[in-house]
Design a protein around this ligand. Structure first.
Ligand code: HEM
Length: 467
């Protein structure tokens, strides 16, 4: 859709663009610091790019047709995880959904899907709004005008939501805290491993801190122990009052479609619970933090969103049913996922030969798709770097589903897509009812991009009560 010409739109912080694209041993350190910093203007216009580093071939899929080929049409020959990657992650995640391909992935995806069916979302929505209300109450105890690190706050909020969703809210606080701190350690290590393997450069792993690996192993053991105890209590008959993701995996008979179904072993359920926690925590937190930054920079969108929320909710806590009546709030969140996709890079590895846009793809080639580049592609979007939520409003043409891919696309599309969107909208609506968040005058927001995309060094913002 076209953006209006007569309005000055907010253009938020972008990644640096070098004069020419190169990935070599020379710029590897800069690339390690921020993997978005190597892409020149050309990468925001090209449909496909090929390059090579240390005997490894890469193809950048930068158009709807190339993304479709790899992620949907020929997904059977493109693996998500290289063998090295699988080997590295197995001690932490087992052989579950996140690390597997082929028949095992299919089996696990089917087994994990039932609790994500729409029938359960209203129940999970209560946890989302309830946790956001608790956060707003906590903010209310601070003096008006206090500064908080919004990235941290959003991480705390989404950890609480996913913790209560996976384990139920009757898990003791200290157990939940152990799980959260274990995960934080765990995730930092995974970031290093995953990052190296995404690029087929396993030697990068060695640049990581070996002490951290030891700490991660300890943290992993602790997380496993806590979850195993919860499972044990469950097996001995202490079931949570309402469905949790973990109870659904253990019982296996929750599919309203009648399609899911087999109970999982305790170990498999534990591993999948860890995957859910990992996949669903930092992503939503980063997206929410970027959204508060964007709203602060755009008075027009902020007023429109606040007006919608006030008019629809009239001071009530939002429920799942309200989400459908908050189209502008949803558009704000979707536009934020366009400008700052929490997972800015997706990769696959060709198991056998293929052809893409007339060029041969050799077996072993790493195929990259960067939501970051696709979402700011100059041939796909009008005014790509500007914050303009209206592009996602009903009535305007929908963006192509292979161009707008914050949740990936095809067979391995995010299992928590609807969960994550609902969570984002409900947390925004709940907190925005009571607060306006603004950046301190001197703070300059910058981008940090490792495996996920987030505001560098956190996001200090001033809280002002709206009512
Ligand atoms: C704004 C929030 C979120 C974003 C942007 C997001 C993004 C993504 C992306 C891009 C992938 C695919 C990665 C790849 O193909 O390499 C993915 C996979 C996944 N996500 Fe999400 N996610 C979000 C929230 C969630 C939540 C809340 C959950 C669970 C409660 C979740 C569970 C998963 C799982 C289980 C997978 C693996 C699916 C598979 O391989 O079959 N995500 N997510």
């Amino acid at each position: 859709m076209n953006t209006p010409e007569n309005q000055a739109l907010f253009v938020p912080v972008m990644a640096p663009r070098p004069n020419s694209f190169s990935l070599s041993l020379w710029n590897l350190p800069a690339f390690r610091r921020n993997m978005l910093s190597i892409w020149s203007d050309k990468a925001y216009q090209a449909r496909k790019m090929s390059f090579r580093l240390l005997n490894q071939d890469y193809i950048l899929c930068n158009s709807p047709d190339t993304v479709r080929r790899v992620f949907l049409d020929r997904h059977d020959i493109y693996d998500k995880k290289s063998p090295q990657m699988r080997h590295a992650l197995e001690p932490l995640l087992g052989d579950g959904l996140f690390v597997s391909d082929g028949a095992l992935w299919q089996e696990r995806r089917k087994a994990c899907s039932p609790p994500f069916e729409s029938v359960y979302l209203p129940g999970f929505a209560k946890i989302m709004s309830g946790s956001a209300v608790e956060m707003a109450d906590r903010w209310a105890a601070l003096p008006d005008g206090s500064t908080v690190d919004v990235l941290n706050e959003m991480a705390r909020l989404t950890a609480q939501i996913i913790g209560r969703t996976v384990f139920g809210d009757d898990v003791p606080d200290q157990d939940a805290a152990k799980v959260v701190s274990g995960f934080t350690e765990y995730q930092q290590t995974i970031n290093q491993i995953d990052y190296a393997d995404t690029f087929g450069l396993p030697f990068l792993r060695r640049l990581g801190n070996p002490l951290r690996r030891k700490k991660a192993a300890r943290a992993t053991a602790e997380v496993h122990q806590v979850i195993d105890q919860i499972i044990d209590r469950f097996k001995r008959g202490r079931k949570p009052e309402r469905l949790t993701l973990l109870s659904a995996l253990l019982e296996g008979d929750t599919a309203s479609s009648g399609q899911g179904g087999c109970p999982m072993s305790a170990e498999a359920a534990r591993n999948e619970a860890i995957v859910m926690f990992m996949a669903g925590h930092e992503t939503t937190a980063n997206a929410l933090a970027w959204t508060w930054y964007l709203l602060d920079g755009c008075e027009r969108s902020r007023s429109k969103m606040y007006a919608e929320i006030d008019q629809v909710l009239q001071g009530r806590t939002p429920t799942f049913e309200d989400v459908a009546n908050l189209p502008f709030t949803r558009a704000v969140f979707e536009e934020s996922l366009r400008l700052y996709p929490p997972v800015p890079l997706l990769s696959r590895q060709a198991r056998s030969e293929d052809e893409i846009r007339g060029s041969k793809v050799k077996a072993g080639t790493i195929m990259l798709a960067l939501p970051w580049l696709l979402h700011r592609h100059e041939k796909e979007w009008d005014n790509p770097n500007a914050f303009y939520p209206e592009r996602f409003m009903p009535g305007n043409p929908k963006p192509d589903k292979f161009t707008y891919i914050p949740f990936s696309v095809g067979h391995r599309v995010c299992l928590g897509l609807r969960f994550g969107l609902t969570e984002g909208i409900l947390c925004l609506a709940t907190l925005a009812q009571r607060y306006r968040l603004s950046l301190p005058d001197k703070h300059k927001v910058d981008i940090e991009c490792r495996l996920t995309l987030r505001p560098k060094g956190g996001l200090p913002m001033i809280l002002s009560k709206r009512r």
